[in-house]
Design a protein around this ligand. Sequence first.
Ligand SMILES: NC(=O)c1ccc[n+]([C@@H]2O[C@H](COP(=O)([O-])OP(=O)(O)OC[C@H]3O[C@@H](n4cnc5c(N)ncnc54)[C@H](OP(=O)(O)O)[C@@H]3O)[C@@H](O)[C@H]2O)c1
Length: 326
Amino acid sequence: MMNMLRVGYPAILAAELLKDFPTGIELIPLPDKLDHDAEIDVWIPDPYSTRAARVWPRLHGVKLVLALLAGPEWIPPLVGPHVTICNAHGAHNTSTAEWTVAAILTMLKYFPLYLEIKRGGQWKRRFEANAHYEKITGDTRPLYPPVMLEELTGKTLLLVGYGSIGKDIERMLAPFNLEVLRVARSPRTDPEVHPVSDLDTLIPRAHVIVLIVPSTAETHWLIDAPQFALMRQGALLVNAARGPVVNTDALVEALNAGKIRAAVDVTDPEPLPDGHPLWSCPNLLITPHVGGSSPQFAPNSLRVAAAELRRFMSGEPLHNVVQQGI
Ligand SMILES: NC(=O)c1ccc[n+]([C@@H]2O[C@H](COP(=O)([O-])OP(=O)(O)OC[C@H]3O[C@@H](n4cnc5c(N)ncnc54)[C@H](OP(=O)(O)O)[C@@H]3O)[C@@H](O)[C@H]2O)c1
């Protein structure tokens, strides 16, 4: 009799979330502090790398890893080259694209500043707000803007990464009639996507630059001091991708110089330690890597994993391979 495929998953997940999984498998809950060795064929790691790393040394026989993340860059170094790894492509599009839209509007509408003002319990500060605008944009004309909130409509957006999430960001921003400049690894047309080698020539045109690429050797420090130097005064950099895509020291310098503003869901290092210079930079919104988080995180990513598992079991080509086991 053929052995059932053994699929290990984080015990913390409610069993009902696995209802879409194919029949004919043995589901093995793996507690975070696994105190015995376990033989499994397929591993669904905990999305928190530290918890997954505690479990991995106890596992034997793993042939396939089904990650619950779109960007599982910490998994290949953990499991080595012999295991095939699939990501949760598409599962976090909505949450991450919504975070990006919210971050852009939050910064252009100066919500962090108004939150500070509200804490002081004062119904005023239009002039302080104007001063803030003048400082970051360099626009000192009186009554520009008469009310400080900026408009996103009509601005130029540079989308660095035009994959699954990048396309959703563009779709969600469509009503704002932005000029969209797109960059990816490979150029294409309809719509026009520029090669990454064009990045430096496109940066000066952008009011808003969104990073939504994977963390790889090629994207490491894609945004470094020379790129900050090319940005317009007051440009908004939004990092929804991964911390190492930006050189943190260069980001701190550009923010402290009052050259740009930024909204980042991801940092390098992560978690950002207490007292790190980034915490005290002006014109910066930091969220602690929650862009992909939503109540739909687990159901969506497990649905993607279940579909991939079904393909694996029937010998069909897998859709979301990020590392082919050797
Ligand atoms: N903040 C969060 O919580 C959160 C949540 C989900 C995902 N993410 C991050 O977002 C990333 C993108 O996710 P996705 O699902 O959209 O991935 P995807 O569909 O694979 O798209 C990736 C895009 O990045 C481009 N790219 C790859 N390497 C590049 C390079 N060296 N230079 C320029 N562009 C490059 C690709 O170019 P081609 O189109 O030419 O291949 C593609 O357009 C993930 O890898 C993850 O790191 C973050």
